[in-house]
Design a protein around this ligand. Structure first.
Ligand code: ADP
Ligand code: MG
Length: 140
């Protein structure tokens, strides 16, 4: 097992309902460490750039509108197998399919407003971290 870093976003539905502490507690309990964290209001351009891989999907415009509907918390998480571990802690994209105890099962409102983003591979994690954080903002 290797120590990895993954990229996380606490989405606008989570900040709106004041759930950032509860979600952070859950991911810290799993062994992940928050090694960078910044609360921001994303711009449309930033949201579209971040989700560019989904540009052709029917939900792209709604997703970008949702992601700029309120503040988000951008995070870098570190730990053993951090990428896969965080995907496990998050649960399935659609909260209806998420396993009990996962963040999305406990907190998500819908398939779109599903409280958290987490990178789906180590390569994407590196890319997504670099999109929002500079090296000196990450303190492991
Ligand atoms: P995940 O966040 O689990 O990696 P995807 O990368 O497939 O899921 O999708 C990115 C985000 O787009 C999801 O987290 C969710 O907010 C939104 N999304 C995905 N599928 C749908 C859908 N069918 N309808 C509306 N929004 C969706
Ligand atoms: Mg994804």
């Amino acid at each position: 097992m290797a120590v990895e870093r993954t990229f996380s976003i606490l989405k606008p539905d989570a900040t709106r309902r004041n759930l950032t502490g509860k979600i952070n507690a859950k991911l810290e309990e799993s062994g992940l460490r928050i090694v960078a964290q910044r609360r921001v209001q994303l711009t449309r351009t930033q949201a579209e750039g971040f989700y560019a891989v989904h540009k052709a999907r029917p939900f792209f415009n709604d997703l970008c509108a949702f992601m700029i509907s309120g503040p988000v918390v951008l995070q870098v998480l570190e730990g053993e197998n951090a990428v896969a571990k965080y995907r496990d802690v998050m649960g399935a994209t659609n909260p209806a399919n998420a396993a009990p105890g996962t963040i999305r099962k406990e907190f998500a409102e819908s398939i779109e407003a599903n409280s958290v983003h987490g990178s789906d591979s180590l390569d994407n994690a590196a890319q997504e971290i670099a999109y929002f954080f500079s090296q000196c903002e990450i303190v492991g």
